[in-house]
Write a new protein. Structure first.
Lengths: 228, 329
């Protein structure tokens, strides 16, 4: 059975088990963007029945699939935001017979997981760029900050309405604070802190996503397979 | 689909929309829930105004504003979970990562670019080149008037920039990417091609001198109003708020799959600017996006204005390809 117009040649897919050839080293790192799993099929459920139950997952806009001989391969392009498998780009599901009953094995790759895994590096690089540009632009920035500081040093008065309502009056910066800030020059404008915070945030999001999406798809498949 | 006549326009002919406040669903649930989601927005706005008006100088700083902004967004994310407007706008892990990537760009690389070619820097250079001073009389006004003017001047400029983006093809190319979002969530305002994110941040506020506290007040008021443009929370927003300020309902229409509905509700904070110029439509939409709701990948979002612009240029000025020519209808 083929869904949509385009099907994927199964021969292009890496095997679900580690290979003894040159690609086996990939298995060491491909957990970063690959989700694998194994689910027991309910008693008496064969490959056709199992894939019929899972078919709604692949009848989504932007999804192409090809099912034959106990194997289903799929690709996704620009899936909808609410597609239950939106993080996956391609993959393979296979039903295997074992002494204890049928087993569904799946293997799916996700560019989103890879992107999130690499995003911290990207933001660390942004941080380094910001620091670098800050060093190059420092003389100009110091000049501009000095001018701004001089402007800020003028103490302005509040409007009489604000004085009456009790809003705190603007203060003139203390001398030592001023000097301290002056020493810092344009550092605030070229601070890499935000970039590093986002690097940390994406590292955390990767860990959450890698665990959450793995469990979600396993639970969704299981629910569909055992559904009436 | 027939659509609904609003003024001289037919809204909702391409995709379903809800027009008129009386047709927009209300918050369902117990009395506490209804009370909370009715008064949350005004309570936050007035609390923010009071806080920034009376906070001692030692607290009234930009770092405090950043901290409050992050905490407030975290709270709103929780509200999206508690009381979503539409189940079909639920925040998924992938959407969250995509949105945060753009928020991150805003805080890092775009911020860096703004240090050199942002409107404030350009205005600063302009003033110093001609030895002009800023409009210093601005600082003599009451704080809340200053804060309102800061916001209004920016919003008025943004209204025309945004309207221009919907009416002039080169600008539309940059803005169209933002219209490919298919749901509204708290950080969706940050999603768009970086060129557009830079353009939409341009303003003439740098011409005016104002008190730091007024700027903080303006920031807090802007956040307490503008943050609801992109959010998946159902509120019973009071009528006076909906009359004055942009809401999720207004902005969902602006992002609707319906072409005519997208040509409305351009202002960022003050929807009364749209009312002034006849572009306001009151209502909401659930189905959002472009091209039938196709979701764009980050890679395409980055390149789309350029590839699409190139395609258009080739069609217009390139050699005609007879084999693929399609007659105009």
């Amino acid at each position: 059975m083929t869904g949509m117009t385009q099907s994927m040649p199964g021969g292009d897919l890496p095997g679900m088990a580690p290979h003894a050839d040159g690609r086996s080293w990939m298995r060491l790192i491909d957990w970063i963007w690959t989700v694998r799993g194994e689910l027991p099929l309910p008693a008496g459920q064969d490959a056709d029945k199992a894939f019929a139950k899972l078919e709604p997952f692949f009848r989504e806009p932007g999804t192409s699939f090809d099912q034959a001989e106990g194997r289903l391969t799929f690709t996704k392009k620009d899936p909808l935001a609410q597609d239950k498998m939106s993080i996956y780009d391609r993959g393979e599901l296979r039903v295997e017979s074992q002494p204890g009953g049928g087993v569904l094995r799946y293997w799916m790759t996700s560019k989103s997981l890879l992107f999130c895994f690499l995003a911290p590096l990207l933001f660390v690089a942004f941080g380094q760029i910001i620091v670098g540009v800050g060093i190059l632009a420092k003389p100009d920035a110091e000049q501009a900050d000095k001018k701004k500081k001089e402007e800020k040093d003028k103490v302005r008065e509040l409007h009489w309405i604000d004085q009456m309502l009790g809003a705190p009056a603007p203060e003139k910066p203390k001398k030592d604070e001023k000097d301290k800030k002056k020493d810092e020059g344009g550092k605030d404008r070229f601070s890499p802190t935000s970039a590093y915070v986002f690097a940390g945030l994406f590292a955390l999001l990767y860990v959450i996503g890698r665990i959450l999406e793995d469990r979600l798809i396993s639970r969704r498949f299981l629910r569909s397979l055992s559904g009436g | 689909m027939n659509g609904v006549r609003v003024g001289n326009r037919i809204i909702g002919a391409d995709s379903p929309v809800t027009i008129g406040w009386e047709n927009v669903p209300k918050v369902e649930g117990g009395p506490f829930k209804r009370l909370f989601f009715t008064w949350f927005q005004p309570a936050v706005l007035f609390s923010m105004i009071l806080f920034w008006y009376y906070a001692p100088n030692s607290i009234a700083k930009a770092s405090t504003a950043i901290g409050i902004g992050i905490a407030f967004r975290a709270l709103l994310l929780a509200l999206e979970w508690v009381n979503p407007r539409f189940k079909s706008w639920e925040l998924t892990w992938k959407e969250c990562v995509t949105d945060l990537f753009y928020v991150g760009l805003g805080y890092t690389i775009l911020n860096l670019v703004d240090n050199f070619i942002g409107s404030d820097v350009l205005i600063e250079n302009l003033l110093s080149s001609f030895d002009w001073d800023k409009f210093a009389w601005f600082t003599g006004l009451p704080l809340l008037v200053q804060a309102f003017l800061i916001l209004f001047i920016f919003d008025f400029g943004q209204y025309w920039m945004h309207r221009g983006m919907h009416n002039w093809y080169p600008l539309w190319l940059t803005h169209s990417v933002h219209h490919y979002i298919t749901q509204l969530n708290i950080n969706k305002g940050a999603v768009g091609n970086p060129v557009e994110l830079f353009l939409i941040g341009l303003g003439i506020g740098g011409l005016f001198d104002f008190l730091p506290r007024a700027a903080l007040l303006a920031g807090a008021i802007g956040m307490s109003i503008g943050v609801y443009q992109h959010i998946n929370v159902r509120f019973n927003t009071p009528a006076w708020w909906r009359f004055l300020f942009n809401t999720t309902e207004h902005h969902s229409l602006h992002h609707s799959l319906d072409f005519e509905a997208t040509r409305s509700n351009y202002a960022s904070n003050f929807i009364f600017i749209d009312r002034m110029f006849g572009t306001c439509v009151d209502g909401e939409a659930e189905l959002l996006g472009m091209e039938g709701g196709r979701r764009m990948s980050i890679r395409e979002q980055m390149t789309y204005p350029f590839t699409e612009g190139w395609k258009t240029m080739k069609e217009k000025f390139g050699k005609a390809d007879d084999t693929h020519a399609v007659p105009a209808e």
